[in-house]
Design a protein around this ligand. Structure first.
Ligand code: HEM
Ligand SMILES: *[C@@H]1O[C@H](CO)[C@@H](O)[C@H](O)[C@H]1NC(C)=O
Ligand SMILES: *[C@@H]1O[C@H](CO)[C@@H](O)[C@H](O)[C@H]1NC(C)=O
Ligand SMILES: *[C@@H]1O[C@H](CO)[C@@H](O)[C@H](O)[C@H]1NC(C)=O
Ligand SMILES: *[C@@H]1O[C@H](CO)[C@@H](O)[C@H](O)[C@H]1NC(C)=O
Length: 330
Protein backbone atom coordinates (compact mmCIF):
# COMPACT_ATOMS: atom_id res chain seq x y z
CA UNK A 1 0.00 0.00 0.00
CA UNK A 2 2.73 2.42 1.11
CA UNK A 3 4.82 1.43 -1.85
CA UNK A 4 2.12 1.93 -4.42
CA UNK A 5 1.22 5.29 -2.89
CA UNK A 6 4.87 6.34 -3.23
CA UNK A 7 4.86 5.10 -6.80
CA UNK A 8 1.78 7.14 -7.42
CA UNK A 9 3.43 10.22 -5.91
CA UNK A 10 6.52 9.61 -8.01
CA UNK A 11 4.42 9.25 -11.11
CA UNK A 12 2.48 12.43 -10.33
CA UNK A 13 5.73 14.32 -9.80
CA UNK A 14 7.01 13.04 -13.13
CA UNK A 15 3.85 14.17 -14.90
CA UNK A 16 3.96 17.54 -13.18
CA UNK A 17 7.62 18.07 -14.07
CA UNK A 18 6.91 17.07 -17.65
CA UNK A 19 4.08 19.59 -17.81
CA UNK A 20 6.32 22.26 -16.28
CA UNK A 21 9.02 21.48 -18.85
CA UNK A 22 6.54 21.81 -21.69
CA UNK A 23 5.23 24.99 -20.08
CA UNK A 24 8.68 26.58 -20.15
CA UNK A 25 8.09 27.50 -23.76
CA UNK A 26 5.12 29.53 -22.69
CA UNK A 27 5.61 31.24 -19.34
CA UNK A 28 3.73 34.24 -20.65
CA UNK A 29 0.20 34.85 -19.41
CA UNK A 30 -2.67 37.05 -20.54
CA UNK A 31 -3.17 38.57 -17.07
CA UNK A 32 0.47 39.35 -16.30
CA UNK A 33 -0.21 43.07 -15.60
CA UNK A 34 -3.70 42.72 -14.15
CA UNK A 35 -2.48 43.94 -10.73
CA UNK A 36 0.51 46.11 -11.69
CA UNK A 37 -1.01 47.89 -14.68
CA UNK A 38 -4.73 47.14 -15.02
CA UNK A 39 -5.27 49.91 -17.59
CA UNK A 40 -2.44 48.77 -19.88
CA UNK A 41 -4.54 47.34 -22.69
CA UNK A 42 -6.81 50.36 -22.94
CA UNK A 43 -3.86 52.77 -22.86
CA UNK A 44 -2.13 50.98 -25.73
CA UNK A 45 -5.36 50.65 -27.71
CA UNK A 46 -5.99 54.39 -27.45
CA UNK A 47 -2.45 55.28 -28.49
CA UNK A 48 -2.57 52.95 -31.50
CA UNK A 49 -5.95 54.40 -32.43
CA UNK A 50 -4.50 57.93 -32.33
CA UNK A 51 -1.49 56.94 -34.41
CA UNK A 52 -3.64 55.25 -37.05
CA UNK A 53 -5.95 58.25 -37.20
CA UNK A 54 -2.92 60.35 -38.15
CA UNK A 55 -1.58 57.77 -40.61
CA UNK A 56 -3.35 54.53 -41.46
CA UNK A 57 -0.11 52.89 -42.59
CA UNK A 58 1.18 52.99 -39.02
CA UNK A 59 -0.83 49.82 -38.30
CA UNK A 60 1.31 47.98 -40.84
CA UNK A 61 4.52 49.50 -39.52
CA UNK A 62 3.75 48.47 -35.93
CA UNK A 63 2.84 44.92 -36.97
CA UNK A 64 6.12 44.61 -38.82
CA UNK A 65 8.13 45.90 -35.84
CA UNK A 66 6.83 43.08 -33.63
CA UNK A 67 7.72 40.52 -36.35
CA UNK A 68 11.23 41.92 -36.73
CA UNK A 69 11.65 42.03 -32.97
CA UNK A 70 10.60 38.40 -32.43
CA UNK A 71 12.67 36.84 -35.23
CA UNK A 72 15.92 38.29 -33.93
CA UNK A 73 16.97 36.98 -30.55
CA UNK A 74 13.36 36.50 -29.44
CA UNK A 75 10.68 39.07 -28.64
CA UNK A 76 12.86 41.28 -26.45
CA UNK A 77 12.47 44.76 -27.96
CA UNK A 78 15.96 44.48 -29.47
CA UNK A 79 14.71 46.17 -32.65
CA UNK A 80 13.93 49.33 -30.69
CA UNK A 81 17.45 50.01 -29.39
CA UNK A 82 19.27 53.03 -30.80
CA UNK A 83 23.01 52.83 -31.21
CA UNK A 84 25.79 52.78 -33.73
CA UNK A 85 25.55 51.02 -37.08
CA UNK A 86 26.03 47.60 -35.49
CA UNK A 87 22.51 47.55 -34.03
CA UNK A 88 19.44 45.83 -35.45
CA UNK A 89 18.03 49.07 -36.85
CA UNK A 90 20.88 49.04 -39.35
CA UNK A 91 20.21 45.54 -40.70
CA UNK A 92 19.20 45.32 -44.38
CA UNK A 93 15.54 44.68 -43.57
CA UNK A 94 15.33 47.61 -41.16
CA UNK A 95 17.49 50.46 -42.38
CA UNK A 96 15.40 53.16 -44.07
CA UNK A 97 12.50 50.79 -43.69
CA UNK A 98 11.47 49.81 -40.15
CA UNK A 99 9.36 52.65 -38.76
CA UNK A 100 6.95 53.55 -35.99
CA UNK A 101 9.60 54.12 -33.32
CA UNK A 102 8.09 57.49 -32.35
CA UNK A 103 4.71 55.85 -31.89
CA UNK A 104 6.25 53.19 -29.64
CA UNK A 105 7.86 56.02 -27.62
CA UNK A 106 4.46 57.70 -27.27
CA UNK A 107 2.80 54.46 -26.13
CA UNK A 108 5.61 53.81 -23.66
CA UNK A 109 5.37 57.26 -22.13
CA UNK A 110 1.58 56.99 -21.82
CA UNK A 111 2.02 53.61 -20.13
CA UNK A 112 4.78 54.96 -17.83
CA UNK A 113 2.61 57.82 -16.65
CA UNK A 114 -0.02 55.36 -15.40
CA UNK A 115 2.18 52.48 -14.29
CA UNK A 116 5.80 53.43 -13.97
CA UNK A 117 8.58 50.90 -14.47
CA UNK A 118 6.55 47.72 -14.83
CA UNK A 119 5.64 47.18 -18.49
CA UNK A 120 8.28 45.99 -20.96
CA UNK A 121 8.79 47.47 -24.40
CA UNK A 122 8.61 43.95 -25.85
CA UNK A 123 5.08 43.54 -24.45
CA UNK A 124 4.10 46.97 -25.74
CA UNK A 125 5.13 45.85 -29.25
CA UNK A 126 3.08 42.65 -28.93
CA UNK A 127 -0.05 44.53 -27.83
CA UNK A 128 0.41 47.28 -30.43
CA UNK A 129 0.73 44.66 -33.18
CA UNK A 130 -2.49 42.94 -32.07
CA UNK A 131 -4.35 46.27 -31.90
CA UNK A 132 -3.01 47.30 -35.31
CA UNK A 133 -4.40 44.15 -36.90
CA UNK A 134 -7.75 44.49 -35.15
CA UNK A 135 -8.12 48.20 -35.98
CA UNK A 136 -7.35 47.40 -39.63
CA UNK A 137 -10.32 45.02 -39.78
CA UNK A 138 -8.45 41.84 -38.88
CA UNK A 139 -8.86 39.24 -36.15
CA UNK A 140 -8.11 39.71 -32.49
CA UNK A 141 -6.57 37.43 -29.90
CA UNK A 142 -5.60 37.52 -26.26
CA UNK A 143 -2.00 38.70 -26.12
CA UNK A 144 0.33 36.73 -23.89
CA UNK A 145 2.39 39.03 -21.66
CA UNK A 146 5.33 38.99 -19.28
CA UNK A 147 8.23 39.46 -21.70
CA UNK A 148 11.21 41.45 -20.47
CA UNK A 149 13.55 43.63 -22.50
CA UNK A 150 16.97 42.48 -23.70
CA UNK A 151 20.31 44.23 -23.86
CA UNK A 152 21.59 42.87 -27.17
CA UNK A 153 20.89 44.39 -30.58
CA UNK A 154 22.90 43.13 -33.51
CA UNK A 155 22.67 43.99 -37.19
CA UNK A 156 24.61 40.83 -38.00
CA UNK A 157 22.14 38.64 -36.12
CA UNK A 158 19.22 40.44 -37.74
CA UNK A 159 20.70 40.01 -41.21
CA UNK A 160 21.01 36.28 -40.57
CA UNK A 161 17.55 35.82 -39.03
CA UNK A 162 15.21 38.05 -41.03
CA UNK A 163 13.87 36.60 -44.27
CA UNK A 164 14.67 38.57 -47.41
CA UNK A 165 12.22 39.21 -50.27
CA UNK A 166 14.80 37.79 -52.70
CA UNK A 167 15.19 34.41 -51.01
CA UNK A 168 14.05 31.00 -52.25
CA UNK A 169 11.15 29.31 -50.50
CA UNK A 170 13.24 26.64 -48.75
CA UNK A 171 15.56 29.31 -47.30
CA UNK A 172 12.57 31.30 -46.05
CA UNK A 173 10.98 28.22 -44.50
CA UNK A 174 14.26 27.48 -42.71
CA UNK A 175 14.26 30.92 -41.09
CA UNK A 176 10.84 30.17 -39.63
CA UNK A 177 11.68 26.65 -38.48
CA UNK A 178 14.88 28.03 -36.89
CA UNK A 179 12.66 29.99 -34.49
CA UNK A 180 10.21 27.15 -33.87
CA UNK A 181 7.56 28.09 -36.44
CA UNK A 182 6.27 25.83 -39.19
CA UNK A 183 4.97 26.06 -42.76
CA UNK A 184 1.46 27.00 -41.66
CA UNK A 185 3.01 29.95 -39.82
CA UNK A 186 5.06 30.89 -42.92
CA UNK A 187 1.93 31.22 -45.01
CA UNK A 188 -0.48 32.66 -42.46
CA UNK A 189 1.99 35.29 -41.18
CA UNK A 190 2.91 36.30 -44.73
CA UNK A 191 -0.73 37.40 -44.83
CA UNK A 192 0.50 40.37 -42.77
CA UNK A 193 1.29 41.77 -46.23
CA UNK A 194 -2.42 42.43 -46.66
CA UNK A 195 -1.61 45.88 -45.25
CA UNK A 196 1.26 48.30 -45.75
CA UNK A 197 3.73 49.38 -48.38
CA UNK A 198 6.99 48.28 -49.98
CA UNK A 199 9.70 50.15 -51.86
CA UNK A 200 10.53 49.55 -55.53
CA UNK A 201 13.95 48.31 -54.42
CA UNK A 202 12.34 45.33 -52.66
CA UNK A 203 10.67 43.89 -55.79
CA UNK A 204 12.10 45.61 -58.89
CA UNK A 205 14.41 42.63 -59.44
CA UNK A 206 11.26 40.96 -60.80
CA UNK A 207 10.37 43.61 -63.35
CA UNK A 208 12.94 43.57 -66.16
CA UNK A 209 15.73 41.06 -65.84
CA UNK A 210 14.67 38.50 -63.27
CA UNK A 211 17.50 36.26 -62.04
CA UNK A 212 19.58 37.06 -65.13
CA UNK A 213 16.95 35.64 -67.49
CA UNK A 214 16.76 38.86 -69.49
CA UNK A 215 12.98 38.82 -68.90
CA UNK A 216 10.57 39.76 -66.11
CA UNK A 217 9.41 37.24 -63.52
CA UNK A 218 6.94 35.14 -65.52
CA UNK A 219 4.81 34.51 -62.44
CA UNK A 220 3.73 38.18 -62.29
CA UNK A 221 0.37 38.96 -63.89
CA UNK A 222 0.77 41.08 -67.07
CA UNK A 223 -1.18 44.24 -66.23
CA UNK A 224 0.39 44.52 -62.79
CA UNK A 225 3.81 43.99 -64.36
CA UNK A 226 3.25 46.78 -66.89
CA UNK A 227 2.03 49.08 -64.15
CA UNK A 228 5.01 48.39 -61.89
CA UNK A 229 7.50 48.66 -64.76
CA UNK A 230 6.40 52.25 -65.25
CA UNK A 231 6.16 52.94 -61.51
CA UNK A 232 9.66 51.57 -60.86
CA UNK A 233 11.66 52.22 -64.06
CA UNK A 234 15.28 51.09 -64.45
CA UNK A 235 17.47 53.67 -62.71
CA UNK A 236 14.38 55.19 -61.12
CA UNK A 237 13.88 56.01 -57.44
CA UNK A 238 14.17 52.69 -55.61
CA UNK A 239 12.61 54.29 -52.51
CA UNK A 240 9.20 54.87 -54.11
CA UNK A 241 6.45 53.09 -52.20
CA UNK A 242 3.58 51.01 -53.45
CA UNK A 243 0.97 48.79 -51.79
CA UNK A 244 1.75 45.20 -50.85
CA UNK A 245 -1.95 44.43 -51.41
CA UNK A 246 -3.06 46.61 -54.31
CA UNK A 247 -6.70 45.64 -53.86
CA UNK A 248 -7.33 46.76 -50.27
CA UNK A 249 -4.17 48.37 -48.94
CA UNK A 250 -5.37 49.47 -45.52
CA UNK A 251 -7.78 46.63 -44.86
CA UNK A 252 -6.68 43.48 -43.07
CA UNK A 253 -8.45 40.87 -45.21
CA UNK A 254 -7.52 37.80 -47.27
CA UNK A 255 -7.01 39.67 -50.52
CA UNK A 256 -3.27 39.15 -50.21
CA UNK A 257 -3.94 35.44 -50.87
CA UNK A 258 -6.43 36.09 -53.69
CA UNK A 259 -3.69 38.22 -55.25
CA UNK A 260 -1.17 35.37 -55.08
CA UNK A 261 -3.61 33.04 -56.86
CA UNK A 262 -3.97 35.77 -59.54
CA UNK A 263 -0.19 36.28 -59.92
CA UNK A 264 -0.46 39.64 -58.19
CA UNK A 265 1.90 39.14 -55.28
CA UNK A 266 4.26 42.10 -54.97
CA UNK A 267 7.42 40.66 -53.44
CA UNK A 268 9.19 37.63 -54.82
CA UNK A 269 8.84 36.07 -51.36
CA UNK A 270 5.06 36.57 -51.56
CA UNK A 271 4.46 35.06 -54.99
CA UNK A 272 6.69 32.00 -54.45
CA UNK A 273 4.32 30.78 -51.72
CA UNK A 274 1.95 30.00 -54.57
CA UNK A 275 4.15 29.79 -57.68
CA UNK A 276 7.47 28.27 -56.68
CA UNK A 277 8.18 24.76 -57.90
CA UNK A 278 9.27 24.21 -54.32
CA UNK A 279 5.86 25.34 -53.09
CA UNK A 280 4.78 21.78 -53.72
CA UNK A 281 1.45 21.04 -52.21
CA UNK A 282 1.83 22.65 -48.78
CA UNK A 283 2.27 26.40 -49.15
CA UNK A 284 0.29 26.48 -52.39
CA UNK A 285 -2.70 24.71 -50.92
CA UNK A 286 -2.61 26.91 -47.80
CA UNK A 287 -2.62 30.00 -50.03
CA UNK A 288 -5.62 28.58 -51.88
CA UNK A 289 -7.43 27.78 -48.64
CA UNK A 290 -6.85 31.24 -47.17
CA UNK A 291 -7.88 32.92 -50.45
CA UNK A 292 -11.25 31.19 -50.20
CA UNK A 293 -11.77 31.17 -46.46
CA UNK A 294 -11.35 34.44 -44.58
CA UNK A 295 -12.25 32.84 -41.27
CA UNK A 296 -9.63 30.14 -41.62
CA UNK A 297 -6.99 32.77 -42.42
CA UNK A 298 -8.01 34.85 -39.40
CA UNK A 299 -7.92 31.85 -37.05
CA UNK A 300 -4.54 30.65 -38.33
CA UNK A 301 -3.07 34.16 -38.38
CA UNK A 302 -4.09 34.76 -34.76
CA UNK A 303 -2.63 31.41 -33.66
CA UNK A 304 0.59 32.06 -35.55
CA UNK A 305 0.91 35.54 -34.04
CA UNK A 306 0.64 34.01 -30.57
CA UNK A 307 3.32 31.46 -31.52
CA UNK A 308 5.55 34.19 -32.95
CA UNK A 309 5.06 36.26 -29.80
CA UNK A 310 6.32 33.29 -27.82
CA UNK A 311 9.74 33.11 -29.48
CA UNK A 312 12.39 32.97 -26.71
CA UNK A 313 10.97 35.58 -24.38
CA UNK A 314 13.07 36.81 -21.47
CA UNK A 315 11.05 36.19 -18.32
CA UNK A 316 11.39 36.13 -14.55
CA UNK A 317 14.60 37.87 -13.54
CA UNK A 318 16.15 37.77 -17.02
CA UNK A 319 16.36 41.03 -18.91
CA UNK A 320 14.87 44.23 -17.56
CA UNK A 321 11.98 46.63 -17.87
CA UNK A 322 13.45 49.41 -19.96
CA UNK A 323 12.64 52.97 -18.92
CA UNK A 324 13.17 54.20 -22.45
CA UNK A 325 12.49 51.76 -25.27
CA UNK A 326 15.48 53.10 -27.23
CA UNK A 327 18.13 52.38 -24.61
CA UNK A 328 19.07 49.77 -22.02
CA UNK A 329 18.79 51.04 -18.44
CA UNK A 330 22.11 52.33 -17.13
C1 HEM B 1 9.22 35.84 -45.94
C2 HEM B 1 8.98 36.66 -44.96
C3 HEM B 1 8.93 38.15 -45.16
C4 HEM B 1 9.64 38.94 -46.01
C5 HEM B 1 10.73 38.54 -46.98
C6 HEM B 1 9.17 40.29 -45.80
C7 HEM B 1 9.65 41.39 -46.48
C8 HEM B 1 9.10 42.64 -46.42
C9 HEM B 1 9.54 43.76 -47.20
C10 HEM B 1 10.70 43.76 -48.17
C11 HEM B 1 8.73 44.81 -46.91
C12 HEM B 1 8.81 46.22 -47.49
C13 HEM B 1 9.76 47.04 -46.66
C14 HEM B 1 10.12 48.36 -47.29
O1 HEM B 1 10.08 48.49 -48.52
O2 HEM B 1 10.48 49.30 -46.53
C15 HEM B 1 7.78 44.35 -45.93
C16 HEM B 1 6.79 45.13 -45.39
C17 HEM B 1 5.90 44.67 -44.44
N1 HEM B 1 5.93 43.44 -43.81
FE1 HEM B 1 7.01 41.85 -44.36
N2 HEM B 1 8.18 40.28 -44.87
C18 HEM B 1 8.01 39.00 -44.44
C19 HEM B 1 7.14 38.56 -43.46
C20 HEM B 1 6.32 39.38 -42.74
C21 HEM B 1 5.57 38.98 -41.59
C22 HEM B 1 5.65 37.61 -40.93
C23 HEM B 1 4.85 40.06 -41.19
C24 HEM B 1 3.90 40.20 -40.03
C25 HEM B 1 3.17 39.22 -39.56
C26 HEM B 1 5.14 41.13 -42.10
C27 HEM B 1 4.57 42.37 -42.08
C28 HEM B 1 4.89 43.40 -42.94
C29 HEM B 1 4.14 44.63 -43.02
C30 HEM B 1 2.87 44.94 -42.24
C31 HEM B 1 4.79 45.44 -43.95
C32 HEM B 1 4.43 46.88 -44.34
C33 HEM B 1 5.16 47.81 -43.39
C34 HEM B 1 4.88 49.29 -43.61
O3 HEM B 1 4.10 49.67 -44.49
O4 HEM B 1 5.50 50.08 -42.87
N3 HEM B 1 6.06 40.69 -43.02
N4 HEM B 1 8.03 43.03 -45.65
C1 LIG C 1 29.95 51.61 -39.13
O1 LIG C 1 30.56 52.76 -38.65
C2 LIG C 1 31.95 52.67 -38.57
C3 LIG C 1 32.48 53.91 -37.84
O2 LIG C 1 31.80 55.06 -38.26
C4 LIG C 1 32.51 52.52 -39.98
O3 LIG C 1 33.93 52.41 -39.94
C5 LIG C 1 31.93 51.25 -40.58
O4 LIG C 1 32.34 51.11 -41.93
C6 LIG C 1 30.42 51.27 -40.53
N1 LIG C 1 29.94 49.98 -40.94
C7 LIG C 1 28.90 49.84 -41.78
C8 LIG C 1 28.48 48.43 -42.05
O5 LIG C 1 28.32 50.77 -42.27
C1 LIG D 1 1.99 24.03 -37.49
O1 LIG D 1 1.76 24.05 -36.11
C2 LIG D 1 0.39 24.17 -35.75
C3 LIG D 1 0.33 24.20 -34.23
O2 LIG D 1 1.08 25.27 -33.75
C4 LIG D 1 -0.40 23.01 -36.30
O3 LIG D 1 -1.77 23.18 -36.00
C5 LIG D 1 -0.21 22.93 -37.79
O4 LIG D 1 -0.86 21.81 -38.32
C6 LIG D 1 1.26 22.86 -38.13
N1 LIG D 1 1.43 22.92 -39.58
C7 LIG D 1 2.20 22.08 -40.26
C8 LIG D 1 2.27 22.26 -41.74
O5 LIG D 1 2.83 21.18 -39.71
C1 LIG E 1 20.37 40.24 -67.32
O1 LIG E 1 21.24 39.99 -66.25
C2 LIG E 1 22.31 39.13 -66.63
C3 LIG E 1 23.07 38.76 -65.35
O2 LIG E 1 23.18 39.86 -64.50
C4 LIG E 1 23.18 39.83 -67.64
O3 LIG E 1 24.27 39.01 -68.00
C5 LIG E 1 22.33 40.12 -68.87
O4 LIG E 1 23.08 40.88 -69.80
C6 LIG E 1 21.08 40.91 -68.49
N1 LIG E 1 20.22 40.96 -69.62
C7 LIG E 1 19.64 42.10 -70.04
C8 LIG E 1 18.72 42.00 -71.22
O5 LIG E 1 19.82 43.18 -69.48
C1 LIG F 1 -10.76 44.15 -55.24
O1 LIG F 1 -11.28 42.88 -55.53
C2 LIG F 1 -12.68 42.85 -55.71
C3 LIG F 1 -13.10 41.42 -55.98
O2 LIG F 1 -12.62 40.57 -54.99
C4 LIG F 1 -13.07 43.73 -56.88
O3 LIG F 1 -14.47 43.76 -57.00
C5 LIG F 1 -12.54 45.13 -56.67
O4 LIG F 1 -12.77 45.90 -57.82
C6 LIG F 1 -11.06 45.11 -56.39
N1 LIG F 1 -10.58 46.47 -56.06
C7 LIG F 1 -9.45 46.96 -56.52
C8 LIG F 1 -9.11 48.35 -56.09
O5 LIG F 1 -8.70 46.34 -57.24
Amino acid sequence: MMKSSNNFKGYSLLVISLLLCLGVRSQLTTDFYSKTCPTLLSIVRKQVQNAIKTEMRMAASLLRLHFHDCFVNGCDASVLLDGDNTTEKFAFGNINSARGFEVVDAIKSAVESSCSGVVSCADILAIAARDSVLLSGGPTWRVLLGRRDGAVSSATQANAALPSPFEALDAIIKKYTDVGLNITDVVSLSGGHTIGLAKCGTFDNRLFNFSGTGAPDSTMEASMLADLQSFCPVNGDSNRFTALDRNSTDLFDNHYFKNLVDGKGLLGSDQILYSSDLAGSTTKSLVESYSKDLKLFFTDFANSMIKMGNISPLTGSNGEIRKNCRAVNS
